[in-house]
Ligand binder design. Structure first.
Ligand SMILES: C[S@@+](CC[C@H](N)C(=O)[O-])C[C@H]1O[C@@H](n2cnc3c(N)ncnc32)[C@H](O)[C@@H]1O
Length: 249
Protein backbone atom coordinates (compact mmCIF):
# COMPACT_ATOMS: atom_id res chain seq x y z
CA UNK A 1 0.00 0.00 0.00
CA UNK A 2 1.20 3.54 -0.67
CA UNK A 3 2.30 5.70 2.24
CA UNK A 4 -0.47 7.72 3.90
CA UNK A 5 -3.20 5.73 2.21
CA UNK A 6 -6.08 4.29 4.17
CA UNK A 7 -7.58 0.85 3.77
CA UNK A 8 -11.09 -0.15 4.72
CA UNK A 9 -13.57 -2.86 3.96
CA UNK A 10 -16.84 -1.84 2.31
CA UNK A 11 -19.65 -4.39 2.24
CA UNK A 12 -19.02 -6.89 -0.53
CA UNK A 13 -16.67 -4.61 -2.40
CA UNK A 14 -13.57 -5.96 -0.72
CA UNK A 15 -10.74 -3.78 0.41
CA UNK A 16 -10.69 -0.27 -0.98
CA UNK A 17 -7.75 2.06 -0.79
CA UNK A 18 -8.44 5.75 -1.07
CA UNK A 19 -5.34 7.83 -1.46
CA UNK A 20 -4.86 11.33 -0.14
CA UNK A 21 -5.55 13.86 -2.87
CA UNK A 22 -8.17 11.60 -4.48
CA UNK A 23 -9.83 14.59 -6.11
CA UNK A 24 -6.69 16.15 -7.47
CA UNK A 25 -6.07 13.53 -10.11
CA UNK A 26 -2.30 13.92 -10.45
CA UNK A 27 -1.39 11.20 -7.98
CA UNK A 28 1.92 9.42 -8.09
CA UNK A 29 2.92 9.76 -11.70
CA UNK A 30 1.78 7.44 -14.46
CA UNK A 31 5.29 6.36 -15.47
CA UNK A 32 6.05 5.19 -11.96
CA UNK A 33 2.74 3.36 -11.80
CA UNK A 34 3.50 1.06 -14.73
CA UNK A 35 7.28 1.02 -14.49
CA UNK A 36 7.00 -0.34 -11.00
CA UNK A 37 4.69 -3.15 -12.13
CA UNK A 38 5.89 -3.73 -15.71
CA UNK A 39 6.93 -7.38 -15.29
CA UNK A 40 3.80 -8.21 -13.30
CA UNK A 41 1.55 -6.42 -15.82
CA UNK A 42 3.00 -8.22 -18.84
CA UNK A 43 2.61 -11.58 -17.10
CA UNK A 44 -0.91 -10.82 -15.80
CA UNK A 45 -2.22 -9.73 -19.21
CA UNK A 46 -0.29 -12.29 -21.28
CA UNK A 47 -3.37 -14.31 -22.27
CA UNK A 48 -5.73 -11.39 -22.82
CA UNK A 49 -7.12 -10.93 -26.31
CA UNK A 50 -5.00 -8.98 -28.74
CA UNK A 51 -7.80 -7.15 -30.55
CA UNK A 52 -8.27 -3.67 -29.11
CA UNK A 53 -11.61 -2.40 -27.82
CA UNK A 54 -12.02 0.01 -30.68
CA UNK A 55 -14.12 1.26 -33.56
CA UNK A 56 -11.55 1.12 -36.31
CA UNK A 57 -11.90 1.85 -40.01
CA UNK A 58 -12.29 -1.32 -42.06
CA UNK A 59 -9.24 -0.64 -44.17
CA UNK A 60 -6.06 0.27 -42.32
CA UNK A 61 -3.68 -0.70 -45.08
CA UNK A 62 -0.91 1.88 -45.41
CA UNK A 63 -2.43 4.22 -42.83
CA UNK A 64 -0.06 6.01 -40.47
CA UNK A 65 -1.51 5.21 -37.05
CA UNK A 66 -0.51 6.31 -33.56
CA UNK A 67 -1.09 3.93 -30.65
CA UNK A 68 -1.33 6.43 -27.79
CA UNK A 69 -0.34 4.96 -24.40
CA UNK A 70 0.61 1.74 -26.16
CA UNK A 71 1.90 -0.17 -23.13
CA UNK A 72 3.93 -3.15 -24.38
CA UNK A 73 2.43 -2.84 -27.83
CA UNK A 74 -0.40 -5.38 -27.96
CA UNK A 75 -2.67 -3.07 -29.98
CA UNK A 76 0.27 -1.74 -32.00
CA UNK A 77 1.01 -5.27 -33.22
CA UNK A 78 -2.68 -5.80 -34.03
CA UNK A 79 -2.76 -2.59 -36.10
CA UNK A 80 0.47 -3.51 -37.88
CA UNK A 81 -1.01 -6.93 -38.63
CA UNK A 82 -3.82 -5.12 -40.44
CA UNK A 83 -1.35 -3.25 -42.59
CA UNK A 84 -1.01 0.04 -40.71
CA UNK A 85 2.30 1.86 -40.27
CA UNK A 86 2.35 2.15 -36.52
CA UNK A 87 4.02 4.32 -33.93
CA UNK A 88 3.45 3.55 -30.27
CA UNK A 89 4.05 6.12 -27.55
CA UNK A 90 4.04 5.47 -23.82
CA UNK A 91 5.30 6.96 -20.60
CA UNK A 92 6.55 3.67 -19.18
CA UNK A 93 10.10 2.83 -20.23
CA UNK A 94 9.65 -0.62 -18.69
CA UNK A 95 6.65 -1.50 -20.88
CA UNK A 96 8.27 0.04 -23.96
CA UNK A 97 11.31 -2.13 -23.52
CA UNK A 98 9.01 -5.20 -23.62
CA UNK A 99 7.32 -3.78 -26.74
CA UNK A 100 10.73 -3.37 -28.40
CA UNK A 101 11.62 -6.96 -27.54
CA UNK A 102 8.52 -8.14 -29.42
CA UNK A 103 9.45 -5.85 -32.31
CA UNK A 104 12.97 -7.20 -32.55
CA UNK A 105 11.55 -10.77 -32.60
CA UNK A 106 8.73 -10.09 -35.06
CA UNK A 107 9.97 -7.20 -37.24
CA UNK A 108 6.56 -5.62 -37.87
CA UNK A 109 8.06 -2.18 -38.50
CA UNK A 110 6.52 -0.55 -35.43
CA UNK A 111 8.36 2.44 -33.99
CA UNK A 112 8.16 2.94 -30.24
CA UNK A 113 8.67 6.34 -28.65
CA UNK A 114 9.09 7.16 -24.99
CA UNK A 115 6.83 10.15 -24.39
CA UNK A 116 3.96 11.74 -22.56
CA UNK A 117 0.57 11.52 -24.26
CA UNK A 118 -0.33 14.92 -22.82
CA UNK A 119 2.35 16.75 -24.77
CA UNK A 120 3.66 16.66 -28.34
CA UNK A 121 7.35 16.97 -27.42
CA UNK A 122 8.05 13.48 -28.80
CA UNK A 123 6.18 14.01 -32.10
CA UNK A 124 8.12 14.18 -35.38
CA UNK A 125 5.57 16.57 -36.90
CA UNK A 126 4.20 14.19 -39.53
CA UNK A 127 0.41 13.94 -39.19
CA UNK A 128 -1.32 10.64 -38.42
CA UNK A 129 -4.28 9.25 -40.35
CA UNK A 130 -5.60 7.78 -37.13
CA UNK A 131 -5.00 7.55 -33.40
CA UNK A 132 -6.00 4.69 -31.12
CA UNK A 133 -6.04 5.00 -27.34
CA UNK A 134 -7.02 1.55 -26.09
CA UNK A 135 -8.15 1.25 -22.45
CA UNK A 136 -5.72 3.93 -21.33
CA UNK A 137 -7.44 7.31 -20.95
CA UNK A 138 -8.29 6.32 -17.38
CA UNK A 139 -4.57 5.90 -16.77
CA UNK A 140 -3.79 9.36 -18.12
CA UNK A 141 -4.22 12.00 -15.44
CA UNK A 142 -4.65 14.96 -17.80
CA UNK A 143 -7.56 14.08 -20.09
CA UNK A 144 -7.71 17.47 -21.82
CA UNK A 145 -3.94 17.33 -22.42
CA UNK A 146 -4.19 13.90 -24.06
CA UNK A 147 -7.09 14.95 -26.28
CA UNK A 148 -5.34 18.12 -27.34
CA UNK A 149 -2.37 15.94 -28.39
CA UNK A 150 -4.75 13.79 -30.42
CA UNK A 151 -6.20 16.85 -32.15
CA UNK A 152 -2.71 18.22 -32.84
CA UNK A 153 -1.18 15.08 -34.37
CA UNK A 154 -4.18 14.03 -36.48
CA UNK A 155 -4.41 14.98 -40.13
CA UNK A 156 -7.60 16.89 -41.02
CA UNK A 157 -10.35 14.26 -41.38
CA UNK A 158 -8.31 11.75 -39.37
CA UNK A 159 -9.99 9.28 -36.99
CA UNK A 160 -9.56 8.77 -33.27
CA UNK A 161 -10.84 5.73 -31.38
CA UNK A 162 -10.65 5.35 -27.63
CA UNK A 163 -11.98 2.91 -25.07
CA UNK A 164 -12.38 3.20 -21.31
CA UNK A 165 -14.07 1.26 -18.53
CA UNK A 166 -17.67 2.23 -18.80
CA UNK A 167 -17.83 5.39 -16.66
CA UNK A 168 -21.44 4.79 -15.58
CA UNK A 169 -21.07 1.23 -14.42
CA UNK A 170 -20.65 0.74 -10.66
CA UNK A 171 -19.25 -2.74 -11.14
CA UNK A 172 -18.87 -5.48 -8.59
CA UNK A 173 -16.01 -7.26 -6.88
CA UNK A 174 -12.87 -6.93 -8.95
CA UNK A 175 -11.55 -9.87 -10.87
CA UNK A 176 -14.15 -10.78 -13.46
CA UNK A 177 -14.71 -9.24 -16.84
CA UNK A 178 -18.18 -8.07 -15.90
CA UNK A 179 -17.28 -7.19 -12.33
CA UNK A 180 -14.77 -4.37 -12.58
CA UNK A 181 -15.33 -1.37 -10.41
CA UNK A 182 -15.56 1.92 -12.23
CA UNK A 183 -15.49 4.24 -9.22
CA UNK A 184 -14.90 4.09 -5.50
CA UNK A 185 -18.22 2.85 -4.04
CA UNK A 186 -18.03 5.10 -1.01
CA UNK A 187 -17.45 8.18 -3.16
CA UNK A 188 -20.21 7.83 -5.72
CA UNK A 189 -20.35 8.43 -9.43
CA UNK A 190 -20.08 12.21 -9.41
CA UNK A 191 -16.81 12.39 -7.50
CA UNK A 192 -14.00 12.18 -10.03
CA UNK A 193 -10.37 11.39 -9.37
CA UNK A 194 -7.71 8.76 -9.14
CA UNK A 195 -8.30 5.75 -6.94
CA UNK A 196 -7.26 2.15 -6.50
CA UNK A 197 -9.36 -0.94 -5.85
CA UNK A 198 -6.39 -2.36 -3.93
CA UNK A 199 -7.44 -5.68 -5.47
CA UNK A 200 -5.36 -8.28 -7.25
CA UNK A 201 -6.00 -6.95 -10.77
CA UNK A 202 -4.57 -4.13 -12.86
CA UNK A 203 -6.73 -1.51 -11.14
CA UNK A 204 -5.51 -2.70 -7.80
CA UNK A 205 -1.93 -2.33 -8.97
CA UNK A 206 -2.12 0.75 -11.20
CA UNK A 207 -5.31 2.46 -10.03
CA UNK A 208 -7.49 4.45 -12.40
CA UNK A 209 -8.95 7.90 -12.92
CA UNK A 210 -12.72 7.83 -12.61
CA UNK A 211 -14.49 10.42 -14.74
CA UNK A 212 -18.15 10.92 -15.48
CA UNK A 213 -19.49 10.16 -18.93
CA UNK A 214 -20.18 13.85 -19.48
CA UNK A 215 -16.54 14.66 -18.67
CA UNK A 216 -15.29 12.33 -21.41
CA UNK A 217 -17.78 13.57 -23.99
CA UNK A 218 -17.27 17.24 -23.15
CA UNK A 219 -13.49 16.80 -23.33
CA UNK A 220 -13.79 15.30 -26.82
CA UNK A 221 -15.91 18.24 -27.94
CA UNK A 222 -13.61 20.68 -26.16
CA UNK A 223 -10.63 19.35 -28.10
CA UNK A 224 -12.44 20.19 -31.33
CA UNK A 225 -13.09 16.54 -32.25
CA UNK A 226 -16.39 15.38 -33.69
CA UNK A 227 -18.01 12.36 -32.09
CA UNK A 228 -18.92 9.88 -34.81
CA UNK A 229 -19.91 6.59 -33.21
CA UNK A 230 -20.26 5.02 -29.76
CA UNK A 231 -20.37 1.39 -28.65
CA UNK A 232 -20.83 -0.31 -25.29
CA UNK A 233 -19.50 -3.81 -24.79
CA UNK A 234 -20.29 -6.30 -22.08
CA UNK A 235 -22.72 -9.09 -21.44
CA UNK A 236 -25.24 -8.44 -18.70
CA UNK A 237 -23.88 -4.94 -18.10
CA UNK A 238 -21.72 -2.63 -20.19
CA UNK A 239 -18.07 -2.95 -19.27
CA UNK A 240 -16.36 -0.77 -21.84
CA UNK A 241 -17.34 2.42 -23.58
CA UNK A 242 -15.82 2.81 -27.03
CA UNK A 243 -15.89 5.91 -29.20
CA UNK A 244 -14.80 6.92 -32.63
CA UNK A 245 -14.23 10.61 -33.28
CA UNK A 246 -12.88 12.62 -36.17
CA UNK A 247 -10.84 15.74 -36.64
CA UNK A 248 -12.72 18.07 -38.92
CA UNK A 249 -11.32 18.75 -42.37
C1 LIG B 1 -3.87 -0.24 -19.12
S1 LIG B 1 -2.40 0.23 -19.98
C2 LIG B 1 -3.00 0.04 -21.66
C3 LIG B 1 -1.88 -0.19 -22.62
C4 LIG B 1 -2.29 -0.40 -24.08
N1 LIG B 1 -3.06 0.69 -24.62
C5 LIG B 1 -2.99 -1.71 -24.27
O1 LIG B 1 -4.14 -1.71 -24.68
O2 LIG B 1 -2.38 -2.77 -24.03
C6 LIG B 1 -2.32 1.98 -19.76
C7 LIG B 1 -1.05 2.60 -20.32
O3 LIG B 1 -1.15 4.02 -20.25
C8 LIG B 1 0.17 4.52 -20.10
N2 LIG B 1 0.13 5.93 -19.71
C9 LIG B 1 -0.42 6.47 -18.62
N3 LIG B 1 -0.26 7.81 -18.62
C10 LIG B 1 0.40 8.13 -19.76
C11 LIG B 1 0.84 9.34 -20.34
N4 LIG B 1 0.63 10.53 -19.76
N5 LIG B 1 1.48 9.27 -21.53
C12 LIG B 1 1.70 8.09 -22.14
N6 LIG B 1 1.31 6.91 -21.64
C13 LIG B 1 0.66 6.92 -20.46
C14 LIG B 1 0.77 3.58 -19.08
O4 LIG B 1 2.17 3.66 -19.02
C15 LIG B 1 0.24 2.24 -19.60
O5 LIG B 1 1.13 1.65 -20.51
Amino acid sequence: MRPNSSRKTIGNWGSLVTLPGYDRGMMGGAAARYDAIADWYVEFTRDWGTEPQALLPEDLLGQRVLDLACGYGTASRYLAGRGARVTGVDLSAGLLSRARQFESDQGLGIGYVHGDATSTDWWDGEAYDGVLCNMALMDIDDLDGALSTVAAVLAPGGWFSFSVFHPCYPGGPEGSWSGLLSWAPDRGYAREGWWSTAGAGVRGHAGANHRMLSTYLNAVVGAGLVLEQLAERGTSVPVTLIARCRRQR
